[in-house]
Design a protein around this ligand. Structure first.
Ligand SMILES: CCCCCC/C=C/CC(=O)SCCNC(=O)CCNC(=O)[C@H](O)C(C)(C)COP(=O)(O)OP(=O)(O)OC[C@H]1O[C@@H](n2cnc3c(N)ncnc32)[C@H](O)[C@@H]1OP(=O)(O)O
Length: 719
């Protein structure tokens, strides 16, 4: 709602009240309409201030209303009425003015912001555009290039930048409402015509066509198929080329195409899913709201390879004191240099002082004795990790949390090396660990809820999206990656090329196709795992049974490349060729094409034409099927956990919501039918066999994703 009071004799103060962010719900919009009318019709009121309660101006439209039948007064006429008012209206911006909140402020005649406020039009990240006049008023106020930047990226700006851009008229370090009231008193007699942004023309850019062509090219390159950024550019173009009323029509038209689109639904689902994963639960019933995290003052990292260095940086940047340990002096010094460089570059980017003093470097494990939490990040080898855990148990003070940065190894097995398995938890970071947003927090069968809560909280402090998952081979992300990659190999056997498969996946929106990703992360990583699993060893790929292992279809293609030292980018060749070892630009490799032809001929395989749809169905539906198995097994608490892991850790396009959301969009019945079809064609591929939970969901009428948990619960209770 909105409250009205008269202050300083003649200022009508309208205060938005809808915690936590004063979102513009139907009730709030009605409140604004009513209180503005009251202020304008009250002869004692000479000017008006609009503010938000609890230190936040407004977080924008109420996103929860989007999926419902919208009621209440619409935003556009409400903001127009404010702009048309004959009394000066001042926005007092504290905390946040985002989306519809900033559009409301742009309808006011003046804007005063607190120095700590952030402003922005983030609608694009929800699959929308600022359709309450934002695309028409902002370019008129700050010019086309700056408006394009803000609207197409959705980035928030500080009050200082907003002042520089001309979005706000004044910035204060003091009480913003007081400053706005004082300001409102001073302008009560001023003429308002020039202050009504819609009256003004856009400052004309020098070469309009080139500017918009460039902007369109840029969003098409970065949007990976997302439609909202493109619509944002089109709407701003209308502001630059049309009178205001026509521009508003164009804004409305473009918004109508976005508002009910699948992409908008997916992006809004991601917004809530990202927040939902913080409300974690474990099969034991332990939950985020009943498990208190432990205070962590000092952390330690063991092993300063690529991962350990990134983790050290991420920890230090939260303000924690970190002991970084590497047993060899030379490697320790190299790591120190690398970590210091990363800290300096990060600090420069964020405009703060680097926290070099927070990290101490040591060759001796004894140095971690007083750490509250230790993250082991040594080479991915169970025997080595076991040894480190045994040593840590002897060195660390009682109660120290022992965390392992493994991407697949058994947390319970590691925990059994220590006298306190309840203090052990997995923290699976993604490279580069100080950049990537995802953290899988892996609880073992004996991990205590308090330890999980601590790891989750630490992840949040590091700015990560932390997802709590159970312990199984590959956890969630890598477990689902296995069938996905395996199918990509089968597609090569059946007639596809790495380029074709990658193109299909990249057009779908993945940051990188499966083969390009494999070249980047190194083919040797999977090879080592397959060797450990007894699936691959030299010579095995040549015999009669080359394509059957452990009773199921197997493709030795990746092993054959590894046997030729084709490990990907690092060796300059893998599924693609590169100009040099470490090169980044991939080119199709004629050698690989002949190799595939020879391989198929040797195994009597006849290449057939594979289209993009088959690539997507076989790679993605098997991955989704594994996701359903993960839910059935209780490894992930809900589909949101899986989706956020894929969006933040595996380059899944956010505008498609994550694999489980995507399955719902495609239709669970369709996914089931296609899996059945492919399983019939490839009965030797168990991953293609539709899992029980998927069948049960379809039998239950394919409920919307937010109701899957009811069916999951039933399926789990019957296991
Ligand atoms: C043709 C029809 C025309 C319709 C017109 C539609 C117009 C749309 C214009 C818009 O305004 S779209 C919305 C634009 N605003 C945003 O995108 C802001 C989204 N929110 C955020 O980015 C962040 O939440 C925040 C505001 C920066 C605050 O971040 P913080 O980390 O401090 O807290 P959170 O945990 O993220 O949020 C707390 C709590 O609040 C809920 N919430 C936040 N914003 C909204 C919102 N705009 N609507 C509804 N709910 C919101 C959030 O979900 C959290 O709730 P929870 O229950 O605690 O998880």
């Amino acid at each position: 709602m909105a409250q009205f009071t008269r202050v300083s004799g003649s200022v009508g103060l309208i205060s938005l009240k809808n915690p936590p962010v004063n979102a513009l719900s139907a009730v709030v919009r009605q409140g604004i309409v009513d209180t503005v009318q009251r202020a304008l019709s009250d002869p004692k009121v000479k000017s008006v201030v609009i503010c938000g309660q609890n230190g936040i101006f407004c977080g924008g439209a109420d996103i929860k209303e989007f999926g419902t039948a919208m009621s209440g007064p619409p935003l556009v006429p409400m903001i127009h009425a404010i702009e048309a008012a004959e009394k000066p209206v001042v926005a007092a911006i504290e905390g946040l003015a985002l989306g519809g909140g900033l559009e409301l402020a742009l309808g006011c005649h003046y804007r005063i912001a607190h120095s700590k406020a952030r402003l922005g039009l983030p609608e694009v990240s929800l699959g929308l555009l600022p359709a309450a006049g934002g695309t028409q008023r902002l370019p008129r106020l700050i010019g086309v290039p700056a408006a394009l930047d803000l609207i197409t990226t959705g980035r928030h700006v500080t009050a200082a930048e907003a002042l520089k851009l001309g979005i706000v008229d004044q910035v204060t370090d003091h009480n913003t409402v007081d400053a706005a009231v004082k300001f409102a008193l001073s302008v009560r007699e001023h003429s308002l015509n020039a202050r009504r942004i819609s009256n003004n023309l856009c400052p004309p850019p020098s070469d309009l066509d080139a500017l918009f062509e460039g902007a369109m090219q840029k969003v098409r390159q970065t949007a990976r198929g997302a439609v909202a950024p493109v619509a944002c550019v089109q709407a701003v173009r209308a502001a630059a080329t049309m009178p205001y009323t026509q521009g508003m029509e164009r804004e409305k038209e473009l918004m109508a195409t976005l508002f009910t689109s699948g992409q908008a639904r997916a992006l809004q689902y991601c917004f809530f899913a990202q927040r939902a994963v913080g409300r974690w639960s474990m099969p034991s019933g332990a939950r985020w709201d009943t498990s208190k995290p432990r205070p962590i003052h000092k952390a330690a990292v063991i092993g300063l390879g690529t991962m350990g260095r990134g983790i050290t940086v991420a920890l230090a940047q939260t303000g924690l004191s970190v002991v970084a340990v590497e047993t060899q002096e030379k490697q320790l010094m190299e790591a120190k240099q690398a970590v210091s460089g990363m800290l300096k570059r990060g600090a420069k980017r964020r405009g703060v002082a680097p926290v070099l003093d927070l990290v101490s470097y040591n060759c001796n494990l004894q140095a971690v004795a007083d750490a509250d939490l230790v993250i082991e990040a040594v080479f991915e080898d169970m025997d080595l990790k076991k040894k480190v855990f045994q040593q840590l148990s002897a060195v660390c003070k009682p109660g120290t949390l022992l965390c392992t940065n493994t991407s697949a190894l058994d947390i319970d097995h590691l925990a059994s090396q220590t006298p306190n398995p309840e203090l052990v938890v997995g923290m699976h970071f993604f490279a580069p660990a100080h950049v990537m947003k995802l953290l899988e927090v892996v609880y073992g069968s004996r991990s205590s809820p308090q330890v999980v809560a601590t790891a989750m909280q630490l992840g949040k402090k590091m700015g990560k999206v932390s997802v709590a998952v159970g312990n199984c081979r590959g956890f969630v992300g890598n477990r689902m990656l296995k069938p996905y990659m395996e199918h990509a190999f089968f597609l090569l056997e059946d007639g596809a090329t790495p380029e074709l498969v990658d193109q299909a996946l990249e057009e779908f929106g993945f940051a990188m196709g499966v083969f390009r990703m494999s070249d980047l992360s190194g083919l040797d990583v999977g090879w080592r795992v397959r060797k450990e699993d007894g699936l691959a060893h030299p010579g095995m790929a040549l015999g009669q049974a080359a394509r059957v292992r452990q009773g199921r279809r197997y493709s030795p293609l990746a092993d054959l490349l590894c046997e030729q030292d084709r490990f990907g980018q690092k060796t300059g060749m893998g599924w693609y060729q590169y100009d040099k070892p470490g090169g980044r630009v991939s080119r199709p490799d004629p050698w690989l094409h002949s190799f595939l032809e020879e391989y198929r001929a040797r195994h009597g395989l006849v290449a057939r034409r594979i289209d993009h749809q088959e690539v997507l169905e076989r790679c993605l539906y098997t991955m989704i099927n594994e996701g359903f198995r993960i839910l059935e097994d209780g490894i992930a608490a809900g589909p949101e956990d899986i989706d956020m892991i894929y969006v933040f850790g595996y380059g899944w396009p956010r505008h498609r919501g994550g694999p489980m959301f995507y399955a719902g969009m495609v239709g669970l019945e369709r996914v089931l039918e296609r899996l059945e079809h492919y399983h019939q064609a490839h009965p030797d591929v168990p991953y293609l066999q539709p899992c029980n939970l998927l069948r049960r969901l379809v039998a239950s009428g394919s409920p919307p994703i937010h109701r899957w948990r009811e069916v999951i619960k039933k399926v789990r209770s019957q296991l």
